[in-house]
Design a protein around this ligand. Structure first.
Ligand code: ADP
Length: 478
């Protein structure tokens, strides 16, 4: 079964968040079975591409109303990726350092033009195949116009019968744009124009929800939540319930392997306690933090849905009343939040490290060396950080929603995998911090839980089977 994943991100080529991790890992697991997955992303001006040997397999021109855009499809010749990897080179649109934003964090203003050129280039390419793919699997709004164009654009008539799957990794970003830009789309059956529309805008995410053959979110709880609250699309999600499913993400257990992680100063050999204490000491020394305290960390984007803006106050309030914890924050995003963390570090240099940067290696060091990882998310489609944390013996402190609800069980009577709290409020976060520090001080229980979470299995195996079931159902193969 030939499946094409199409996405704006893929790890390790171009990563902003969890979308890249999923697109870079799931194909490896699917390819162990009867699937043959190829991944397609835009070619960015990023270091990974400089080191790789890529061959041109197709070139063509997209005829926009006011512009001719030439593109090349490149295939990576390395054999060690675990799937066939293609990058579409579209000069002028994607030959930039960032995926969505420049180095100063400013989002690109021509996002709509870029993404439509990527999607049209992909369709023009596969339209030329003698043997068409069996499934097209689109990820997030960046590729959300593909199911519509395959069904109703005259140019892509030949792709009409290929089933499409649409995965929502984050519904908050919908990619909506004005109908004034309709000229960017190829000619299509006018009667079907309503399938592009939501709220009098062309909305790629809503269009994919309507037009894809099968829809999924990256956790079962998030699917339910979207039916109740989804930035105006609630009714649509209720309406499309029959073709929808929630499938919890897994993690790439080879990339995230404490026994074999070259980013770490100390790998997991025999003793989990030694692994934790050495990696913790490395962090404490590196960032000049006080010793002998519970180390609580945060890793992630400083975006509203992640609730990172709630942490500076909560940490400040905690440190006003107790000296039992130290904190490491790794992330970038909202400038106000970045400033608040930096100020906290100035005020409490030995209790708060504020690393306002994106750094893959440091993230691995933090997962390995922390006692706890906090995720006060307002919305969390799946969340991978809690799974990486557990894999490295770090106890998650999470809000009980979305994928966090589905992947963490509350600690009670020395059992469970994490500390959970109800609301994204200062009060609930403070209570959760207190609970974490109390647990840390009960050394035996703390060690027991830590040993238990090391043994959790978050590999893709189970979830990959669920995707395979979808593909089989759509192609009616057994
Ligand atoms: P989202 O995709 O919404 O940002 P996820 O939890 O699904 O959230 O995935 C986040 C991924 O991005 C994880 O792999 C996490 O380790 C990584 N990450 C986020 N911020 C940083 C950062 N500043 N440095 C390194 N890795 C980061």
């Amino acid at each position: 079964m030939n499946i094409f994943f199409i996405s704006a991100e893929c790890y390790p080529m171009a990563k902003v968040g969890g979308l890249a991790d999923v697109v870079g890992a799931l194909p490896k697991y699917l390819n162990k079975y009867d699937a043959n997955v190829s991944v397609v992303i835009p070619k960015y001006d990023m270091p990974w591409f400089e080191e790789k040997n890529m061959a041109i397999v197709y070139q063509d021109t997209i005829h926009f109303a006011f512009e001719e855009v030439h593109f090349k499809v490149l295939q990576c010749l390395s054999k060690d990726i675990g799937y066939t990897f293609y990058a579409i080179d579209i000069p002028g649109k994607f030959d930039r350092r960032g995926v969505y934003a420049d180095e100063n964090g400013h989002f690109f203003e021509d996002e709509t033009e870029r993404l439509i050129s990527f999607q049209r280039a992909f369709l023009q390419w596969i339209n030329h195949f003698g043997q068409k793919p069996d499934i097209i699997h689109c990820h997030d709004h960046h590729t959300g116009l593909i199911p519509f164009m395959m069904q109703y654009a005259y140019e892509f008539e030949g792709l009409k019968n290929i089933p499409t799957v649409f995965s929502i990794h984050n519904e908050r970003y919908q990619g909506a744009f004005s109908w004034d830009k309709r000229y960017l789309l190829p000619d299509y059956d006018d009667e079907k124009g309503g399938l592009l529309d939501w709220g009098e805008m062309i909305n790629p995410l809503a269009s994919a929800v309507k037009c894809s053959w099968k829809l999924n979110t990256v956790s079962p709880s998030y699917m339910k939540e979207l039916q109740e609250q989804s930035f105006g699309l609630e009714w649509l999600f209720q309406h499309e319930k029959e073709k929808s499913q929630g499938i919890l993400n897994g993690i790439d257990t080879k990339v995230w392997d404490p026994k074999n992680d070259d980013f770490l100063i100390t790998k997991l050999v025999k003793s989990p306690s030694l692994f934790k204490s050495k990696n913790k000491m490395h962090l404490i020394k590196k960032y000049g933090l006080k010793r002998g305290k519970a180390l609580i960390s945060y890793i992630g984007r400083f975006a509203y849905e992640k609730g990172a803006d709630l942490l500076p106050n909560a940490i400040q309030d905690y440190l006003n009343k107790s000296e039992d914890a130290v904190f490491i924050i790794l992330g970038t995003g909202d400038p106000e939040v970045e400033k608040a963390f930096k100020n906290l570090n100035k005020k409490y240099p030995r209790q708060v490290a504020a690393l306002v940067t994106y750094n893959e290696k440091v993230s691995h060091e933090i997962y390995a060396g922390s006692d706890f990882l906090i995720m006060p998310s307002r919305v969390e489609p799946c969340g991978l950080n809690q799974m990486y944390a557990m894999r490295y013996g770090t106890i998650p402190i999470v809000r009980d929603i979305g994928g966090l609800k589905d992947s963490v069980t509350a600690i009670k009577d020395k059992k469970g995998t994490g500390i959970k709290f109800k609301e994204a409020t200062n009060e609930d976060i403070l209570k959760a911090l207190d609970t974490a520090v109390m647990l840390y001080l009960e050394k035996n229980t703390f060690e027991k839980i830590r040993l238990d979470i090391f043994k959790q299995d978050f590999s893709w195996e189970q979830s990959a089977q669920k995707y395979l079931n979808i593909y089989h159902e759509l192609t009616q193969q057994d």
